[in-house]
Design a protein around this ligand. Structure first.
Ligand SMILES: *Cc1c(COP(=O)(O)O)cnc(C)c1O
Length: 368
């Protein structure tokens, strides 16, 4: 068996045609119709009124934070179990990321622990739909309303996932997406913000492009950024978005194959439990080793690597890593998930044969 990568981008639509158009016409930089086309199609895809494209998922989150005037002295509540970008985007603005533990069954922010973390300085709640599984948006929105807080959704891993009949990203005040090469759809590097608030949409566009006065060329009104997306990125992104149902269905197929194959091994592995209202996007299919597996997680991963399968450890919690280390914090659920979980190869080119091979290798690797 050739090496099975954990993830791979797949371009089977108009990506190349659109990209060639950028080169043929010279529209390669941050102007061009692919940017506005990608934005309007993405807004429609999420069921939100506005979308703002930018350079990556981290700058998207930073724009959302700055748009809401969150800065020094402010606090933003987020799960400790996430990718570092969620915390960094808040720290860039001078505000403080405040971490809370996750639910043992979904691995998403535990709404029951949010209220304890709220202080007079709290400005926003920033749930992350981890590995594509929607966080409990009903409870999060209720808490935000009660305390008058903003909700920014980090939907970087969850394009097309739904909570009830709503697409994630379009439920809070602002939703943020990433199009990095390993995400559900990609444009190399890229990000997108969605909102129903016209003022937020305009302000995020203003902030992504050096704070220039919309009515006076080269007159800059405030400190801002160059976080623009290029027409080339948007060309690829639009080609991908046209195929998004295919990408989503394939990930669903891969997840079902894993679940069927693993169903007899419930004593060895657990997975994220899917709440009734959640329709996940299955970005990364992830298993957690139970106590019955006697070896270390990293030993299991090394054995699988020897079988030519690329694996990835689950994210480290924010509060244990140098930028956010705090000895006074302990979040046992996130720590346990992080220590014992593995991302399995998750992409649309995986066949049933691949999945059978991966699961067999996993079971063998856990058995001694
Ligand atoms: C990928 C990711 C981001 C950031 O995206 P980039 O495009 O890599 O900057 C943010 N949050 C989460 C949870 C992610 O997985």
């Amino acid at each position: 068996m050739n090496r099975i990568p954990i993830s791979m981008p797949i371009f089977n639509g108009n990506e190349k045609k659109y990209l060639n158009e950028c080169i043929d016409t010279g529209w390669v930089s941050a102007n061009g119709h692919f940017i506005t086309d990608f934005e309007s199609k993405f807004a429609e895809f999420c069921g939100s009124k506005y979308a703002v494209a930018c350079s990556n998922g981290t700058t998207a989150l930073h724009l959302a934070i700055e748009c809401l005037d969150i800065g020094p002295g402010d606090e933003v509540i987020m799960p400790t179990f996430t990718y570092i970008a969620t915390a960094n985007a808040v720290a860039y603005s001078g505000a403080k990321p405040v971490f809370v533990d996750v639910e043992p069954h979904t691995w998403n922010i535990d709404p029951d622990k949010i209220e304890d973390a709220i202080t007079p300085r709290t400005k926003a709640i920033l749930p992350v739909h981890i590995y594509g599984l929607p966080a409990n948006m009903d409870n999060i929105i209720d808490i935000a309303k009660k305390y008058n807080l903003y909700v920014i959704e980090d939907a970087a891993e969850a394009h097309g996932a739904k909570w009830g009949d709503k697409s994630v990203g379009a439920i809070g005040n602002i939703g943020s997406f990433s199009f990095f090469g390993n995400k559900i759809i990609t444009c190399g590097e890229g990000g997108m913000l969605v909102t129903n608030n016209e003022l937020f949409s305009n302000k995020m566009k203003f902030l992504r492009s050096q704070g220039v006065d919309p009515n006076r060329k080269y007159w800059h009104l405030s400190l801002a950024y160059n976080y623009r997306m290029t027409n080339m990125q948007a060309a690829i992104g639009l080609g991908q978005l046209e195929q998004v149902s295919w990408h989503m269905n394939e990930r669903q197929r891969v997840a079902s194959l894993y679940k069927n194959n693993l169903s007899d091994y419930g004593d060895l592995f657990s997975m994220q439990a899917i709440p009734e209202k959640a329709s996940p996007s299955y970005w990364m299919f992830t298993i957690k080793l139970s106590d019955k597996v006697k070896c270390e997680r990293d030993v299991v991963m090394d054995r699988m690597e020897k079988n030519n399968i690329e694996m990835r450890p689950a994210f480290y919690p924010m509060h244990v890593m140098p930028p956010y280390y705090d000895a006074s914090l302990s979040f046992p659920i996130a720590e346990e998930i992080s220590k014992r979980s593995i991302n399995l190869p998750s992409h649309a080119n995986l066949t049933e044969e691949h999945i059978n091979y991966i699961v067999k290798s996993l079971i063998d690797s856990c058995s001694y």
